[in-house]
Each structure stands twice: as C-alpha cells, then as structure tokens.
Ligand binder design. Structure first.
Ligand SMILES: C[S@@+](CC[C@H](N)C(=O)[O-])C[C@H]1O[C@@H](n2cnc3c(N)ncnc32)[C@H](O)[C@@H]1O
Length: 481
C-alpha cells in the first residue's frame, strides 16, 4: 500500500531509458591526506566494497594519511562501521525514494547516499542541514558534481518522511536507534512486525532474513528482538585480570582510583567496565595487568582449566587472547604450544605474551591442510575453531552479511577436520575444549556430537551455551574427556 504513496513522492526519476548507469563508473582516486571525517568514511566504505578490506585494516594502512582530530576520526569510524552494519535499513530507505532500480545507480554514489542517510536517520545528534549539505559537498569534492542534485533530492525527501517524535516499540513505520528509542517515519516503510516479524526485523534492524527466521524459530519474538538490538548497540567491555601481576580486586581498585567505573564480573578473573572508555587510556594496559576479553571467551579457558606443569595445545591460537589465558591459568609453568595458519597473527600472540610477561608459550606455524601437528600427545587441547562469528555480530559489523548455508557448510568441514586432528593428539586421560563464537548448533553441539561418533571412548562432560545479550557475547564450549 505504501509503495503507491511513495511512488508519487519519488524525487529521482530516471532521465533516460537506458538500463546502465548514466555514466560508466570511473574509479575515484584515494586522496593523499584525509582531512574530513565524511571523506574518510566514504573511502573506508569504498575500500571495503571494492577490495573487501575491513575498516580497521584500512585505517591501519592509511594511518599516516589521516589528518583528523580524534573526534572526527571517531565520527568516520561511526559512519563507516554503522553503514556496513545497518546497510539493509539504509538501502530500504534509499530504494523507497527511487524510481530506477538500484543497479542503475553508480555504486560509489550509492555508498555516498548510504553515508548521508546514516547520518540523517541513525546519527540523530547530527543536525539535518549538516547531514545533507556535507554529503552534497562531498560529491563535489570527489569531483562528481553531477551527483549533487540526486544526493540532495534523496536526502531531503527522506528527511521529509522523518517524524520528530520517537516511539518505544517496533512498528511498520519505526526503526530502532536503541533498545527503547525508535525513529518514526510518516509512512509504513517496513513490514508490520505483527504480520511479518522476520521481514520487519530483517529490514528495520538490518540482518539477513534467513538468519532472523532461524532465531525466531529457536528463541521466539522477544528474545530475537533483544538479540537483534544487542548486536546493533555498543555493549560493555570486560577485562581479564592477569592474576600473575595483580589480583582482580586490586585491579578493580586501580581502575576506580583512575576514575574508571567498573564492577566484578561473573568469571573469576573478569571485570566489567561500566562506561565506554578508550582502551589506551586505561591504567595498567602497558604493564600487562589485563587483557580485554569478553566473559564468554574467558569461560572457554576456565572450562579447559589447564594445570601448572601440563603440556597444552591451543590449535587455532592467533591472536592469542585465549592462549595467554591458558598460560595465566597455569601460572606460566609448563608449556602452551600455540599453533595457527597465519604467520602475521602468530606475531600478535608473541606481542601479547610479552606484554603480559608470559614465558611458557611456544608459537608454531602450521599448514591448513596439514595432518601432522607438533609432537604430543597433550594433556589438554583447546580448539577455538574458525566460525561464522554469529555470536559476536556486534563486534564484527560485516560478519552478518556472510552467514549463508554454503558458508556454514564450508566452515563445518574445517571445524570437523580440526577436531579430528586435535582428538588424535590428545592423551587418553586428556581433556579437550571445542569452542566457537557462534551460537548456531550446526557449528557447535551438532558438529561435536557427530565427530565424537568416531571416538566412542570420549564423552562431552560439560557444555556452555552463550546466547548473545544474555548477558555477553554468544558462543559455545564443549568439554570432552
Ligand atoms: C576464532 S580464531 C582464534 C582466536 C584465538 N583463539 C583467540 O582467542 O585469540 C580462529 C583462528 O583459527 C585459525 N585457523 C583457520 N584455519 C585453521 C587451520 N586449518 N588450522 C589452524 N588454525 C586455523 C585462524 O587463522 C584464526 O586465527
């Protein structure tokens, strides 16, 4: 019904009958220096679109070329990460104002429109005139003056659809800003959540519909809504006290003294930060007093519970957040063999171990297809397998768009191979923890039970199923003995 109304209001009519974009796309040269947040956000997104580069990797590569205050840098990150995360919502809004199909709009122009709509609709602290005029001006700066008219028209028409009032519940004319704040539109741009909950949650919260359908079947409406919201917001961080350097209580005290509100977590080493603070500003980081790690990940090491003097294998170890936990649990006595297929990421394990003052870790590069590992057998093995990351979609903004059945099938093949490899190197009386940061049973309990059919002497003796938002990241850990 609404599409008929919107069609009348469509502001950007196709001028030619051609099916191709009006002008062949030419590449837009990346500037020598980035001097505006919005320009940096645009190029970060283009780098992601064209070369599949993560925002954090591009930022690192362009570090010397970024001439911005920390506030502008944060805005560039907020826009670029936010556009990747909320792209389905942004695309739905842009498409509602077009008569031509999306494919006929040049891809970089679409990126620019997404950045503008994100500022206009989601970043409600940015004034409307700034969101519109800065995006239009950026078109000129990118030497695409011909885009200006369309950018201006689309943003202004979406602005006209916005209603000043905020709602507190999901409805066909609202999209979420936070748990109980919803942006309202004059028209019902989305499915009615009562008639089509999966359709609404997919487009208004920006998740692939099959993923939402799966969550609704497993968890029902209320919990799926909570999970979807949780993945779209910034959540509390947890620290893991390095108990070889400082007790958890003393670390909590030091943080409080430094004005960082924090409280004890539920894992024995964990501290919850009550406010979002820049990590580099935290006292004790350089001195190796803590590691940033979610409680659901700390639980994996605690479940394996390696003992001083043991020989332990961490099969998928890089960048070593759990390897270092294992070494801390062993009071740095014994050996943790940390293997991975990525040489660069193995360096990160060594850097982390050195910052935390740990000497019991030995790193070793292995080949992905290799069926031989460092000599064992081992007393304890952690298999923290590569996975869909479905439990940490808030921290990995791009990951939600990669979760498809084919990708899960490929991952479960790798996970099953790694588990067999590990079980073949475990002492008969040894123990193994299989862990992922996914909450999809196909990558977790289903897979583990299936692999154990080949090892009838082994049993799953304990399992942790972490559901995202309840209260931390999602994930799974199974202890095998
Ligand atoms: C979930 S991450 C590990 C995170 C790490 N345990 C931590 O807590 O910091 C999965 C790791 O598996 C590695 N990996 C992928 N395929 C592998 C294979 N065939 N053998 C071993 N490691 C592999 C990846 O390079 C990646 O570092």
């Amino acid at each position: 019904m609404w599409s008929a109304i919107v069609k009348k209001k469509n502001v950007w009519k196709q001028k030619t009958s051609s099916t191709a974009p009006e002008t062949e796309p030419e590449s837009i040269p990346v500037p020598q220096f980035f001097r505006s947040a919005r320009e940096l956000a645009f190029f970060l997104l283009e780098e992601y679109r064209l070369n599949n580069q993560f925002i954090s990797d591009s930022l690192q590569r362009w570090e010397r070329r970024i001439d911005l205050s920390s506030k502008d840098r944060r805005l560039a990150m907020e826009i670029s990460i936010g556009v990747i995360r909320r792209q389905l919502t942004l695309d739905t809004l842009i498409e509602s104002q077009l008569t031509r199909p999306r494919e006929k709009v040049e891809a970089p122009l679409w990126t620019l429109l997404q950045t503008g709509v994100y500022q206009l609709v989601i970043l409600d602290q940015i004034p409307v005139h700034a969101a519109v005029s800065e995006t239009v001006e950026l078109a000129g700066k990118l030497k695409r003056v011909r885009w200006k008219k369309m950018v201006n028209a689309i943003l202004r028409s979406i602005d006209r659809l916005l209603n000043e009032e905020l709602a507190t519940t999901p409805q066909a004319n609202t999209i979420p800003l936070s748990a109980d704040r919803y942006r309202c539109f004059e028209l019902e741009l989305f499915d009615d959540p009562k008639d089509n909950p999966a359709g609404y949650l997919s487009k208004a919260f920006s998740f692939p519909q099959p993923l939402i359908t799966d969550w609704l079947a497993r968890f029902g409406w209320a919990q799926t809504l909570q999970i979807a919201q949780w993945f779209n917001q910034r959540n509390k961080l947890y620290l893991r006290a390095n108990v070889l350097k400082i007790s958890r209580d003393d670390l909590l005290e030091e943080l409080k003294q430094a004005g960082v509100p924090a409280s004890l977590g539920t894992e024995p080493q964990s501290i919850r930060l009550e406010e979002i603070v820049p990590l580099e500003s935290l006292v004790g980081f350089d001195a190796g007093k803590f590691t940033v790690q979610d409680e659901s990940a700390i639980a994996a090491g605690n479940l394996l519970n390696p003992q001083p003097g043991e020989t332990v294998l961490d099969l998928c170890a890089a960048p070593g957040t759990k390897t270092t936990l294992l070494a801390e649990l062993m009071y740095d006595r014994g050996t943790v063999v940390a293997t991975d297929v990525s040489d660069d990421r193995l360096d990160k394990i060594e850097q982390n171990a050195s910052r935390l003052g740990l000497n019991s870790i030995q790193t070793q590069l292995i080949h992905p297809q290799e069926t031989t590992l460092p000599e064992g057998p081992f007393d304890a093995i952690l298999v923290d397998a590569p996975c869909s990351n479905s439990g940490v979609l808030g921290k990995r903004p791009e990951a939600r768009w990669r979760i498809e059945d084919a990708a899960i099938r490929e991952l479960t093949g790798i996970q099953s191979h790694l588990l067999h490899l590990a079980l073949d190197h475990l002492k008969p009386e040894g123990r193994l923890v299989y862990s992922t940061c996914s909450f999809d049973p196909r990558e977790n309990e289903d897979l583990l039970q299936n692999v154990l059919l080949d090892y009838p002497e082994r049993k799953i003796t304990q399992e942790n199923r972490h559901i995202p938002s309840a209260p931390c990241d999602g994930g799974y850990q199974g202890l095998v003995q």
